[in-house]
Design a protein around this ligand. Structure first.
Ligand SMILES: *[C@@H]1O[C@H](CO)[C@@H](O)[C@H](O)[C@H]1NC(C)=O
Ligand SMILES: [Mn+2]
Length: 338
């Protein structure tokens, strides 16, 4: 009789990162974000200025940006660099036969990662539009983003497995009669396997602190487009007001820091809590990745600032007042400096 267990002890020990592995993972994801931001800025410029970039040639350029990072060793898997209808092929691998030019007419999905000798395996996906996206693109993108945020925000009691919380990233798609035919989250190694066992959103193995998992919902329309947003997150203990039965509660901390595409977001669909998450995330990108690109690539830095602006939700008048005060203070400082 063959028996198969999801929770293999050695795999489990491997998946729960120690302090050094946690630090190495975080460092590797920052290096990878620095490379990816520069790449996304570069490819947008190429497309806008009418130069030809294809799925394959773009991926070569991405590698160049990664190679400039101090700890980069090699790609962690063959990039999924997919434009338009190719983005709907979940495990797409561009070849000479399928390679197409990337234009400003459709969505571009990029799922890729690297191995970093500080001890990280990275895997991050972003979907972009370099022109004016259609409403269907925006709606899909926003619902995927909302699900990704809800998973990242969720607080769960010790004993909860990935499968127990897998409805969260799917709910905004289900509400629309949509879904995606792949897992939401897989474990990931520390300069090892890009897919690692024991902890994922298919099993009920209880999630514990220092487990790294992808948060990657998607939505795909065959022969049309694909949206996937993948942010790697780490399980951490949550601070809660109470502790029912002395239980520990957990939540997630983001590890990938690559901007979302504001042009594809319908903020009116999002809750205030989701917008607050997005604003916090954007501040973290600026603080953590900003210094790594500011001097080496000021144009990419400026572009990143534009992608990570704070969003004010209409219904939250306090926020409007707050940002008004900040603006007034900034104006005052500018006037004083002049
Ligand atoms: C989680 O629950 C398990 C099983 O009851 C227990 O052994 C473990 O110590 C708990 N972990 C934390 C961090 O509370
Ligand atoms: Mn992945």
């Amino acid at each position: 009789i063959k028996q198969y267990s999801e929770d293999i002890p050695i795999q489990r020990i491997k998946a729960i990162k120690n302090e050094h592995e946690v630090n190495g993972m975080k460092e590797g994801y920052l290096q990878d974000a620095a490379a990816k931001i520069q790449f996304l800025h570069w490819i947008q410029n190429e497309v806008k200025s009418g130069r030809t970039v294809t799925e394959l040639s773009g991926d070569i350029k991405l590698r160049e940006f990664r190679e400039k990072q101090p700890d980069f060793v090699m790609p962690s898997f063959g990039s999924i660099s997919a434009f338009g209808p190719n983005g709907a092929v979940i495990h797409y691998k561009s070849t000479e036969e399928t390679d197409v030019a990337i234009t400003d007419k459709d969505l571009y999905l990029l799922d890729s990662g690297g191995q970093y000798k500080c001890g990280a395996t990275t895997d991050t996906t972003r979907t972009m539009h370099f022109g004016t996206p259609a409403d269907r693109h925006k709606e899909a993108y926003t619902r995927v983003l909302m699900g990704s945020i809800d998973l990242s925000l969720c607080i769960f009691i010790n004993g909860t497995g990935g499968k127990h919380i897998d409805a969260l990233p799917r709910q905004h798609l289900w509400n629309n009669g949509w879904n995606y035919n792949h897992g939401t989250g897989h474990g990931i190694g520390a300069m090892l396997n890009v897919h690692e066992g024991s902890f994922n959103t298919r099993t009920t193995v209880p999630l514990v602190a220092n487990v790294f998992m992808s948060d990657e919902p998607g939505y795909y329309e065959d022969n049309d487009y694909g949206v996937r947003l993948e942010t790697v997150v780490m399980v951490v203990e949550a601070e809660t007001k109470y502790n029912f039965g002395d239980a520990t509660f957990f939540t997630f901390e983001e590890v990938s820091f690559v901007p979302f595409d504001p042009k594809l977001i319908k903020y009116e669909l999002m809750s205030e809590r989701q917008i607050e998450w997005l604003n916090d995330y954007n501040i973290k990108i600026r603080e953590k990745v900003g210094p790594r690109i500011k001097d080496v690539n000021p144009e990419a830095y400026e572009w990143m600032l534009g992608q990570t602006e704070q969003v004010v939700s209409d219904s939250d008048s306090q926020r409007v007042v707050y940002s008004g005060v900040i603006l007034a203070v900034q104006m005052f400082c500018v006037i004083m400096m002049v």
